[in-house]
Design a protein around this ligand. Structure first.
Ligand code: SF4
Length: 378
């Protein structure tokens, strides 16, 4: 099996079919402006830190580099591209202003790695690795996301966890800080390194994903990011995005379309009718209760009314009784069937079973109506 990267793992996790279409079938993804923008900003950060000796490039050099590296692919319009370009220039100037005065050479920039996790190869490219004064390492990954990263996001980000695994295997030094650098606000969002439990979980996840891929397990899993770049291959979107298909044996397209609309209309109608039914039921039940009646008559039908009670046990009371006797595990999950079995179990003290049976009480009551045709009654 070919080496897996974080992007592949993350895509497989969100939609295995999308992973297959992109990485196994080799379908081309569409250009997107924000990806082009991210690439340019990453290239600039790399240019700034990847010097043989200090000082880093001047601001003029960086801005000239930015112009050369600008990618125009994927923007919706010339206006959108111009906006992004001006915005990126500002971000870069601020980045330079922050990092130029106390520039320190990182120990690695765009560090490509291959590590083994079980029999699986994990690969990736880490934006930057710094050596800290303490002797430990700090991992920095640049992001051009709009939103700042929350603590919860940082604590659970799989990419940082995998990078920690890779860095510790490459340098045999402890990782002491993990950072997602929020480029838009030039804010380093940092958290402490992962502990052994989290690292082990990440290893297990990599192996699970690899196992799914090797087993050819590629279901389509819909999410908020759908449709992806390949909707014409997806069972959820195929009909909409690739409607020119051959004849189907079951129903033609127009008939299916009609069936869908009719189904939705009927569902709405049923909901409306159910509401009306509930209101009528409440009116009739209230009337029966107020008048002390068990049956009311219409022109052709009669309705028999009864308050149906459901008996059961209160969990807190049963627990208080059974726990001291060591019998609570017998009804684990508060299984009402097991509870009834326990009451019948003659190996359990009679007095206790009696007390238990006495705890049975009405837990709900709802009015029920049964229809009778007047003729039947006659
Ligand atoms: S559109 Fe289909 S294939 Fe693409 S991500 Fe959504 S569910 Fe997966």
């Amino acid at each position: 099996m070919k080496a897996l990267s974080y992007s592949q793992i993350s895509l497989y996790q969100s939609c295995p079919l999308c992973y297959k279409l992109q990485y196994i079938d080799g379908l081309e993804t569409k250009d997107k402006g924000y990806f082009s923008f991210g690439t340019t900003m990453h290239d600039c950060a790399e240019r700034f830190f990847k010097v043989k000796v200090p000082p880093p490039p001047s601001l003029e050099e960086m801005l000239a580099f930015y112009e050369r590296r600008w990618l125009s692919d994927g923007y919706e319009s010339a206006e959108e591209e111009a906006e992004y370009k001006a915005y990126g220039r500002e971000m870069l100037a601020k980045f330079w202003e922050i990092h130029h005065p106390d520039f320190r050479m990182p120990i690695a920039v765009e560090h490509k790695f291959f590590i083994d996790i079980g029999n699986i190869k994990l690969t990736g490219r880490i934006d930057r690795v710094d050596k800290m004064d303490s002797g430990g390492l700090a991992i920095i990954d640049y992001k051009t996301n709009k939103e700042l990263f929350t603590k919860e996001y940082l604590d659970n980000d799989l990419q940082l966890t995998l990078y920690q695994l890779a860095v510790e295997q490459s340098w045999f030094l402890p990782v002491e800080r993990l950072t997602l650098y929020h480029f838009r606000s030039n804010t380093p969002c940092s958290c402490p390194p992962r502990d052994e439990v989290q690292l082990e979980e990440a290893r297990r996840l990599v192996l699970e994903v690899a196992e799914g891929i090797q087993a050819g397990n590629f279901p389509a899993v819909e999410s908020g990011r759908c449709p992806c770049d390949f909707p014409e291959h997806c069972p959820y979107y195929k009909q909409k995005f690739a409607p020119e298909r051959g004849e189907t044996d079951v129903l033609d397209e127009a008939a299916v379309g009609g069936a869908v609309e009719r189904y939705v209309a009927l569902q709405k109608e049923i909901k409306g009718l159910e509401l009306e039914l509930d209101e009528l039921k409440a009116t009739i039940a209230d009337f029966c209760q107020a008048e002390g009646l068990n049956r009311v008559y219409g022109t052709n039908h009669a309705l028999t009314y009864k308050m149906v009670e459901r008996a059961g046990f209160s969990e807190a009371e049963v627990r208080a009784l059974l726990e001291p006797e060591g019998l609570w595990p017998r009804v684990l999950g508060f299984d009402q069937y097991k509870l009834k079995e326990l009451i019948k179990d003659e190996t359990v003290a009679r007095e206790l079973r009696q007390k238990l049976a006495e705890l049975r009480q009405v837990v709900s009551a709802s009015p029920q109506l049964w229809v009778r045709r007047q003729v039947e009654e006659k």
